[in-house]
Every structure is written in structure tokens, then in C-alpha cells.
Design a protein around this ligand. Sequence first.
Ligand code: GUN
Length: 294
Amino acid sequence: MAIRMNGREVAAFHRQRISRETMEYVQRTGRRPCLAVVLVGTDPASVSYVTSKRKACDEMGFDHRDYELPEETDEKNLLDLIDRLNADADVDGILVQLPTPAQIDDDKVILAIDPQKDVDGLGPVNAGLSLMGHDGFVSCTPKGILALMDYYGIQTDGRRVCIIGRSNLVGKPLAALLMQKGRDATVTVCNTHTRDLGAITRESDIIIVAAGHVGTLTADMVSEGAVVIDVGTNRIEDATRERGWRLVGDCDYDEVRRKASYITPVPGGVGPMTITMLMDNTLIAARRRSGEKS
Ligand code: GUN
């Protein structure tokens, strides 16, 4: 039976560190790190993420600026707001919750954010620095996954890692990080066109599922002792819950955990790590902007 990787516990460990380092930063500089949190529209999942991000700012002693724009906001208005935040000396990090409504091109939004304030690490400068193995802002979910693996002592050196999903948010940056010197994994990135996915996952020591579909990874696709990291966050109907739904990941947790050596639950696995790493990046941004070494 797999050891359950407790993202809440690991996130709490890092949050303590970030809070302590933030206090020290405030004492040195007389200012708090400040994150601008931008939400366009009222998508329930996005509202919930943004609420958690603001709460995390409060918890860690950061300032935050909250912008809630209506669903029908046009692209230019959002890009103008980003320009103002780029120029605002009090703002260290800019977080625009994605996806934005259909009339807005997310890529343009990402490109508009000053790389020094791109604490999501999604823009081309930071993504490129990561790919080259240099320090930029590492995008939050991949950074959280690495922190989770480090906490549990999971080695990647020489191991075969299969990533299911090639998104700019998770799959691509994670592949870049795992293949770097120091991590030294052999990485295979799969997508919906991959033939015989099971043959690849069964050969893998570590499987990271970020497909966004319930039931993507089943027990027959996992070899005994593999490490399974589930990045999926899918809402499924559940009449037994007052709110009518519950969150599940991309893997069949109850069956897969019987074969895996380590597994992340959903919720309570990767999710809490992502927000924590956003805070970590915002503190790094604040230090760099104050002329400190990060
Ligand atoms: N939507 C889902 N995950 C993320 C994330 O990490 N950052 C942003 N900005 N939007 C998201």
C-alpha cells in the first residue's frame, strides 16, 4: 500500500519558512511583499483559487491588491491594468487567474506581464530560463511537485519519469526541470495522441498525471512500487455532499494506491503546494526588486 504524500503537511512546512523569511524581509526593508491578484469573471473554480491565494497572502504577511473584473471585460482593459501593475513600484508579483473568458487571449495576457513580476513563471522569459537551467521564476505547480518529492526523499536521478499532459502550465515546465543536471531524470511526455500509453507508464518509476480527465491512470497501467503524482482537479457530481460535488484527480486513487509506493491524494496533494510556491516566488520577486540576492 502506497505512502500518501501529504501536500497539506509539506505546504505547512514551507509556509512556516516563507512566513519567517517574510518577517525578516519586512524588518530589513520596512515593506511587505505585495501580490496583485486579478480575476476576470466568476468561474467558480477560479473564484475558489483566487480566494485561497489571497488567504495565503494574509497568512504569510504579504500585502495583496485584489482586482475583480466583470466577465465581459475586453482584452484591452485587462492589458491596460497589467501595464499599470507593471509600472507600479509597490507591486512585486502579478497573478492573473487563468483561464480568462473567451474574448481574451491568455497568451497575450501572459506576454504582457513584466518578467520580473511574472511570479507564475508562465511567460517566455521565465519559461526559457527554466529550460536553460537558469534562475527565473519556476512555475508554481512544477515547483510544488519537486518540493513534494524532495520532502519525501524521492530521487529522480537516472529514473524513468512519465508525464501525462503537455500543458504550458504543468507538463512542459516540469519536463524541463526534471531533465536538468541535478535532477537527471529520463523524461517521457505523453499526450492524447500517444499510442499505448500503458506500455510507457508501466515502464516508468515515476508517473505524473496532468491530463485533466478523470480515470486517465488506472491500476493496470502502474507497475508495483511506482511513484504516482496526480495533478488533476476535476469536479464530479456527488449528491452526498451539501455543495453537490467533490474533487477527484486523474488517477483511480483507490486501486492505484495498492500498487504504488507513494501517491498524492486529491484534494490535499499537489494543490496546496501550488499556492505555497506562488508565495515563495512572490517573496523572491520582492527580494530581487529590493536589490537583494534571492
Ligand atoms: N489556473 C490554474 N492554475 C493556474 C496557475 O498556476 N496560475 C494561474 N495564473 N492560473 C491558473
